[in-house]
Design a protein around this ligand. Sequence first.
Ligand SMILES: [Zn+2]
Length: 254
Amino acid sequence: MSEPKIGRVLPSSLHQAITELMPQRIEFYESWLTPLRIRQGELGRARMTAVLSFLRQEGANYDAVVRRAGCYTADWTVDTLGPVERSMIRRLPRALRIRAVLRAAGRLVCQLHAESQFDSVVRRGTAVVEIEGSLFCDVREQAPAPLCGFYAALLERYFEFFDLPCAAAISRCCAAGDASCELILDTVSSSGPSDSDQPADGRSRRRALPDDWDAASLGGLAFLRAPRYGGSHQLRCCVVGNRRSAVARPGTSP
Ligand SMILES: [Zn+2]
């Protein structure tokens, strides 16, 4: 029986993050993260596991890479929710919006890696997310620190899109010996007093890219083909204020 395939979004985002943060190492990682396999959706779990295993040996770069990959994954997939669903979520009052965003993010997490399970509860504006089967945290030896920064960054980004800024704290992790990974998102402490119960105004505050990023640095994976998310998606740069941001829009493959 063939091994399960990972899909395109997760390896694409990792490839892009490694290219930007460890350009001198991308040739090494392309032994497993081959662009052709990514484009064809043929990257298997074994190759992804090898990439993550080597990444964990990169010291502080591991967390930086997986978190940036989490941001990219959110950027490249949030528009696939569809304009009606995004608009409906943004019109909801805060308490219902938090639950709606969690449902959308949960669907995405399970689509990224079919063996993952996502569950969440919300109490007084604080969301507790439990993830089982995290690909990032499947290690043979206990890790000294949590390894699910990818999910923390992805969830923070998703919440930010819907005007729910928060910081995701990793409270438990499979890699540290826990039964599952658990992240806590406190949307109350991070919110301003003016928007406590108001619907979002429809303008997501997308995190701007660092100043040293430019369009050229995003060119390596300018087109992301993801049929399961409704077709191909074109990566574009847009300007937010005087800074740049990356977004994915439905586009036509070249
Ligand atoms: Zn974990």
